[in-house]
Design a protein around this ligand. Structure first.
Ligand code: FES
Length: 152
């Protein structure tokens, strides 16, 4: 687990994040979103700590992490692209976008498919390093990947 800085271990930071959300109704999803935001992924050690803190089984926590595409267990590359392949985006050219993304994959770019960002009216939709982009064509995607490389 990543060190959180200031001498605080990753496990201590995970426990602190759980404590921040513990009193909310249904604290698991807010905790997982906070962990994903802070660490960029939710690894097995974090799953174990969250399960312990919320008195859940590891299987329960892992099941939620693996069900939702917003959560990742593995580290991602410097540039992470998520392409929507939902029906509305498919009708607007998502396959060309997905092909362009997979052509760019490798090295510092990882690609994942998603089935709806809720941005259907502005498709095809892609997300590059957490930033959602609508009405995106292959050239727009290439420019977004180049910009993300520069920023990282
Ligand atoms: S189908 Fe692509 S955002 Fe909904």
């Amino acid at each position: 687990m990543r060190q959180a800085g200031s001498g605080v271990t990753g496990e201590e930071r995970v426990r602190a994040i759980v404590a921040e959300h513990r009193t909310r109704p249904g604290p698991l999803l807010p905790v997982l979103h906070a962990l994903q935001h802070e660490f960029g992924r939710i690894d097995a050690a974090a799953v174990r700590t969250v399960a312990d803190e919320l008195n859940l089984s590891r299987a329960d926590v892992h099941g939620v992490v693996s069900f939702y595409s917003d959560f990742r267990s593995d580290p991602v590359e410097a540039v992470h692209v998520r392409v929507c392949r939902g029906e509305a985006c498919q009708a607007l050219g998502a396959e060309q976008l997905y092909d362009a993304a997979t052509d760019a994959a490798g090295g510092d770019v990882s690609v994942e498919q998603v089935f709806c960002f809720g941005n259907c009216a502005l498709g095809p939709t892609v997300e590059v390093n957490g930033r959602l982009r609508g009405r995106t064509g292959p050239q727009d995607l290439a420019a977004a990947i180049a910009a993300a490389r520069t920023a990282s």
